[in-house]
Design a protein around this ligand. Structure first.
Ligand code: NAI
Ligand code: 13P
Length: 347
C-alpha cells in the first residue's frame, strides 16, 4: 500500500511512531492511512471497548463497520499513545480540541510535530485549530501542520484514490508529514498557506449545510452549483482578508473539498442540512445524522471572524440565522437572491 520510498530515505530507518488522538471515523481512517504508509501507529480514544478491539483485532466497528484495519495499537491511555511519538495527529471534534490537548500537554514529546485533521473554528475565541494547538501546547509554527482536502472518511477507508493538502508554515514539516501519510491511494501535496487551508476546511462545512438544506427542500443541481460557486467566493474573501494565498482556494482543500462535501451524502454536514431541509428540527437533524457535523457550531465563529474583518458572507450569515431560528428556511433562498445587484467578479 505504501508509495515508493523517496530515494533519499535511508532503507533501514525505523518506522515513524505516530499517535492519533480521536478514534472516530476520521481518526481511525487516517490511522489506517499512516499504518499503510509504514508508520507505527497508536490510536487513542476514550471508549475502552473500541480501542481494545482496534488493538486486538484491528477493527473499529463503531465508526468504520466492516473495515479491516492494518496492524496498529489502540489505547485509552494518552501516555501510552504519546510516548515516543514524533508525529501527533489530532482528530477530535474542534470544540473539544483545547480541553483534550490541555489534558495531555506534558505527555507530548518535546520535538513532536502536531497535525490537525479538524475542520472547525473554536466557539468563543474564533481561533483556527492550528492556533488552538500552538497555544495550548506552546508550539512554534514549524511543529504544527494541517491535513485537509476532499477526504470523506468512508471512501478513504475503502482505499479509494484521493489526494489531500498537508499545510505547515514550514515546508520541511509539511514534507515530513506528507511522507508519513503517502500511500498508493492517498496522495498528499504540500502547502505553506496554513490560514487558507484551514479556513477552506471549516467554511466548506457551512456551505455543505446550505447545500443539504437546498436538497432537502427539493432543489436540484443548479442550486447546489450556485451554492458551491458563491460559497467559494465567500471562503476566498474571508481567506484573503486573513492573509491567505489566493491559489489555495482553487486547490484540493478549497474547491476540491467544497465539491466533495456539498455533493456527497457521506458528508455529515450535507446530511444534517438535508434532514433540516426536509423539516426536522435542528436537534432532530443532529440526532438523525450522527457523528460530528462541525458546521453547526463553526458557522457562528466564522461569521464573527467575517464581521471582525468586514467581510461579507451572505450564505454563512443565512445559515447562522436559519439554525438559530431567526430566519425560516423557506425564506433563505429568496433572501439571498434579493440581495442588491452586483458584478460577479467584483469580489
Ligand atoms: N469524517 C470525515 O470524513 C472527516 C472528518 N474530518 C474532521 O475530523 C474531525 C473529527 O471528526 P470525525 O472523526 O469524523 O468525528 P466522529 O464523530 O466520527 O468522531 C469523533 C471522535 O471524537 C471523540 N470525542 C468526542 N468528544 C470528545 C471529547 N470531549 N474528548 C475526546 N474525544 C471526544 C468521539 O468519541 C469520537 O471518537 C472533525 O473536525 C471533522 O471535521 C476531516 C476530514 C474528513
Ligand atoms: O471533511 C470532510 C470530507 O473532506 C467530511 O465532511 P463531513 O464532516 O461533513 O462528514
Amino acid at each position: 500500500m505504501s508509495a515508493p520510498a523517496p530515494l533519499s530515505a535511508p532503507l533501514t530507518a525505523a518506522p515513524t511512531k505516530v499517535a492519533v488522538l480521536g478514534a472516530g471515523s476520521m481518526g481511525t481512517t487516517f490511522a489506517m492511512v499512516l499504518a499503510d504508509a509504514g508508520c507505527d501507529v497508536t490510536l487513542w480514544g476514550r471508549d475502552a471497548a473500541v480501542l481494545d478491539a482496534v488493538d486486538r483485532t484491528h477493527r473499529n466497528e463503531k465508526y468504520l463497520p466492516g473495515v479491516q484495519l492494518p496492524a496498529m495499537h489502540g489505547t485509552t491511555d494518552p501516555a501510552v499513545a504519546l510516548q515516543g511519538a514524533s508525529i501527533v495527529v489530532v482528530s477530535v471534534p474542534s470544540q473539544v480540541a483545547r480541553a483534550t490537548l490541555a489534558s495531555m500537554k506534558d505527555l507530548v514529546e518535546p520535538d513532536a510535530v502536531v497535525v490537525s485533521l479538524m475542520k472547525g473554528v473554536e466557539l468563543g475565541t474564533d481561533k483556527r485549530m492550528s492556533q488552538v494547538i500552538a497555544e495550548v501546547l506552546d508550539l512554534p509554527d514549524e511543529r504544527v501542520a494541517i491535513v485537509s482536502g476532499p477526504n470523506l472518511a468512508p471512501e478513504i477507508a475503502e482505499r479509494q484514490p484521493t489526494a489531500t493538502v498537508v499545510a505547515s508554515r514550514s515546508e520541511a514539516t509539511a514534507q515530513r508529514v506528507a511522507a508519513a501519510c503517502w500511500t498508493g491511494y492517498f496522495r498528499p501535496y504540500t502547502n505553506t498557506d496554513v490560514v487558507g487551508v484551514e479556513l477552506c476546511g471549516a467554511v466548506k462545512n457551512i456551505i455543505a449545510l446550505a447545500a443539504g438544506m437546498a436538497q432537502g427542500r427539493g432543489f436540484g443541481w443548479n442550486t447546489i452549483a450556485t451554492l458551491i460557486t458563491r460559497g467559494l467566493v465567500e471562503i476566498t474573501r474571508l481567506g484573503l482578508a486573513l492573509g491567505a494565498d489566493a491559489a489555495t482556494f482553487s486547490g484540493l482543500a478549497g474547491m476540491g473539498d467544497l465539491t466533495a462535501t456539498c455533493a456527497s451524502p457521506l458528508s455529515r454536514n450535507h446530511r444534517l442540512g438535508k434532514h433540516f431541509g426536509e423539516g426536522l428540527t435542528l436537534e432532530e437533524a443532529i440526532a438523525a445524522t450522527g457523528g460530528t457535523a462541525e458546521g453547526v457550531k463553526s458557522s457562528q465563529s466564522v461569521l464573527e471572524l467575517a464581521r471582525a474583518h468586514d467581510v461579507e458572507m451572505p450564505i454563512t450569515a443565512g445559515v447562522v440565522d436559519v439554525l438559530a431560528g431567526k430566519l425560516p428556511l423557506s425564506e433563505l433562498a429568496a433572501t439571498l437572491l434579493a440581495r442588491p445587484q452586483k458584478s460577479e467578479v467584483a469580489g
